[in-house]
Design a protein around this ligand. Structure first.
Ligand SMILES: *Cc1c(COP(=O)(O)O)cnc(C)c1O
Length: 398
């Protein structure tokens, strides 16, 4: 049983080295083995505990914020945040460097909110000076959306310099902290933001079913009637929660019960600090092990998040991703395909119920799988290295 010395999956269950859903603790699964009435006092108390624990996780300055849970996957919560916080007469700047930034822009397009996109391509980080320049050139912009960890490449975007640029221009910051909240601190005292979103099945290590907004109370109070959608109206959800203690529509009761257990384990691990330390140790073991085998990361060490890492596929023609995937799965590891448009890559996650011993077993599985495939040297093609050189250029530009 766990509690949680990090247990190997049993009964043929593989480890999920993915950005979520991810491997969860035994206690989290067991918490779902009963039913709850959503109107009942017991469940209302669970919702209250969930909301207060999440707000407190922000640390110093959390008193200004409230928590609005929202049914659905993480994208539903992003849509809820954008539709509720960006007023119909507002204009948003979306900082995109991967799939999730693009999805946020698409969301604004569909809901008919005025917006502009700074698109940095597959992985280059948006920089504070670029944001400052765009806000100076376009004074109609009211809100800026940044993806903290862009999970499609694993790049950790420079949140603090971006937040400074946004605050300096008198604009409002919205953060997609889906894959960072709970493992990387986002202290409101240092980072001025109106709202962030995350979901149950990322760094808190719950099961899928809902996301949540942490939003400044004073900002939310101005948002009545903004939303483009009945069910994704975060203001209305908040008003109902405050008045009745209940979610507006059927809540994912079992996912909430599992999440509370996940929150207790998160606290027992030392909160954001402890969770982040385990993920960083995972990342360090993974990256140094893979580099030792001859693999290369997409990103320079400085931009690597402790959440997920992108590796280039080897140039060797014996390397076929689908076969690599299938053989890794047979050895007990579910990995993730890459999302780069120009060179082939794959991703390995560092989050969920995995630790350094699991990472070491993963590395052994990679060695055995390369042997099965007949790949002697996993070095990437030259084009991959050219791609990475782009990063150095942004460093010079900064
Ligand atoms: C996971 C994730 C989302 C939400 O994805 P869903 O599939 O809707 O849960 C959004 N943004 C980022 C950065 C993510 O990692």
């Amino acid at each position: 049983m766990s509690r949680t010395g990090i247990e190997p999956p049993r009964l043929g269950e593989p480890w999920l080295l993915t950005p979520g859903p991810l491997s969860t603790a035994y206690e989290v699964k067991v918490a779902m083995l009963r039913d709850w009435g959503s109107w009942d006092d017991d469940f209302r108390a669970m919702t209250y505990e969930l909301r207060t624990r999440l707000v407190r996780m922000l640390g110093d300055g959390h008193e200004a914020y409230t928590c609005v849970p929202m049914q659905g996957s993480g994208s539903f919560a992003v849509e809820s945040m954008l539709g509720t916080l960006v007023p119909r007469g507002g204009r948003a700047l979306v900082l995109a460097n991967g799939a999730y930034g693009k999805r946020a822009a698409e969301t604004l397009r569909i809901m008919g909110r005025s917006h502009v996109v700074l698109d940095k391509g597959d992985f280059l980080p948006p920089r504070g000076y670029e944001v400052a320049r765009m806000l100076a050139d376009d004074p109609a912009i009211t809100h800026v959306l940044v993806v903290h960890c862009e999970t499609s490449s694993g790049v950790l975007n420079p949140l603090e310099e971006i937040a400074d640029a946004v605050a300096h221009a008198g604009c409002r910051l919205l953060i997609d902290a889906m894959s960072s909240f709970g493992a990387i601190p986002i202290p409101p005292r240092r980072i001025a933001f109106d709202a962030l979103v995350s979901s149950a099945n990322k760094c808190i290590e719950g099961v899928p079913g809902f996301g949540f907004l942490l939003v400044r109370q004073d900002a939310l109070l101005r948002c009545e009637g903004n939303a483009h959608s009945l069910s994704l109206d975060a203001y209305a959800q908040w008003a109902t929660l405050e008045k009745t203690g209940q979610w507006r529509f059927t809540p994912p009761t079992h996912a909430v019960a599992a999440f509370l257990e996940a929150l207790r384990l998160h606290e027992a691990e030392g909160g954001v600090e402890g969770r982040g330390a385990r993920y960083r140790a995972n990342r360090d073991a993974l990256v140094s092990g893979m580099r030792g085998l001859g693999f290369e990361t997409l990103l320079d060490t400085r931009w690597l998040s402790p959440i997920i890492t992108t590796f280039f596929c080897p140039a060797d023609p014996h390397f076929v991703f689908d076969r690599f995937y299938a053989l890794m799965k047979r050895r007990g590891f579910i990995i993730y395909p890459g999302k780069l448009t120009e060179v082939d890559s794959f991703r390995l996650g560092c989050i969920g119920q995995v630790d350094v011993p699991v990472m070491n077993r993963l590395l052994e599985a990679v060695v055995d799988t390369l042997h099965d495939l007949g790949v002697r040297n996993p070095a990437p093609p030259a084009a991959a290295i050219t791609k990475r050189a782009l990063l150095d250029e942004t460093e010079v530009a900064a």
